[in-house]
Design a binder for this molecule. Structure first.
Ligand SMILES: C[S@@+](CC[C@H](N)C(=O)[O-])C[C@H]1O[C@@H](n2cnc3c(N)ncnc32)[C@H](O)[C@@H]1O
Length: 247
């Protein structure tokens, strides 16, 4: 569970960006085959912890009978309500999910764990609430300690609510510690441009300048594959999906 300080940093950052975030991230999971990977069955219940503006949860609109979006930040859920219909919205913390044990077929989180310094209580809660599967999707670092450190330094400069991008091995260990058996995993890569990742309409110019300077001086240390082409910096965003069952 985040500390009070971490919680208010997360809420401040996502309240500030809720509108632009909802638009910027539309479609970012479309290439990943998430629904087939999740084995979600027709009519099943699907919950997402840290659902934000609902872009990930909405992937399940055609298959699920019940969609539940849980998030700490009210402003993000209000955007979810504006952008998607048919979702039940719950303000809550992943470290204490306000749902009954074994009550939801698929309990998911996407692009949320890297905001949590200690993800074990969140994953343990997801395992508790799940009736069949837990699905974790998050951006990952390489396995190289110096690259993990540099990647997290640039991510924190961009967004003070960032806690840690983790390597695949750490995510696997965390799921296992939370009492989950991994049944499948996959990694997807996309090429993302700096200007989309750090749009001037979403971030203060001071931060944009600081992150650009980091890219130019220390980009290669991050393991993110920064390249400059025709005056535009881009990097390789790697995301991992892990499907697991409660033991
Ligand atoms: C990067 S956004 C991802 C939103 C959505 N999953 C998506 O990918 O479009 C992270 C979201 O996680 C929420 N969040 C962070 N920590 C949380 C926690 N401990 N419990 C519930 N929500 C949390 C934030 O409020 C934010 O809306």
């Amino acid at each position: 569970m985040p500390s009070d300080g971490d919680r208010s940093t997360i809420q401040n950052e996502f309240t500030r960006t809720a509108k632009t975030f909802g638009e910027r991230t539309i479609g970012r999971f479309d290439h990943m085959g998430v629904v087939a990977f999740s084995r979600a069955e027709s009519g099943s219940s699907v919950c997402e912890v840290g659902a934000g503006t609902g872009n990930f949860l909405s992937l399940f609109s055609d298959v699920a009978g019940h969609l539940i979006a849980v998030d700490l930040t009210e402003a993000m859920l209000l955007e979810a309500r504006r952008l998607h219909d048919r979702m039940d919205l719950v303000i809550g913390d992943g470290g204490g999910i306000p749902l009954r044990s074994s009550s939801i077929d698929l309990v998911s989180c996407a692009q949320m764990l890297h905001h949590v310094g200690d993800p074990l209580p969140v994953l343990t809660e997801m395992a508790r609430v799940s009736r069949k599967h837990v699905l974790v999707v998050d951006q990952i670092s390489t396995e190289e300690p110096s690259e993990i450190e540099a990647m997290n330094a640039i991510e924190m400069l961009r967004d003070p609510s960032h806690a840690s991008s983790r390597p695949p091995s750490a995510l696997r260990s965390l799921l296992s510690e939370a009492g989950l058996d991994i049944v499948d995993e996959a990694i997807h890569e996309t090429q993302d441009s700096f200007s989309k990742w750090m749009g001037a309409d979403e971030f203060p110019q001071r931060r944009v300048d600081a992150v650009m300077s980091f890219v130019e001086t220390r980009g290669p240390e991050t393991g993110m594959g920064w390249t400059l082409q025709d005056g535009e910096w881009s990097f390789v965003r790697r995301r991992m999906m892990l499907l697991a069952s409660p033991k």
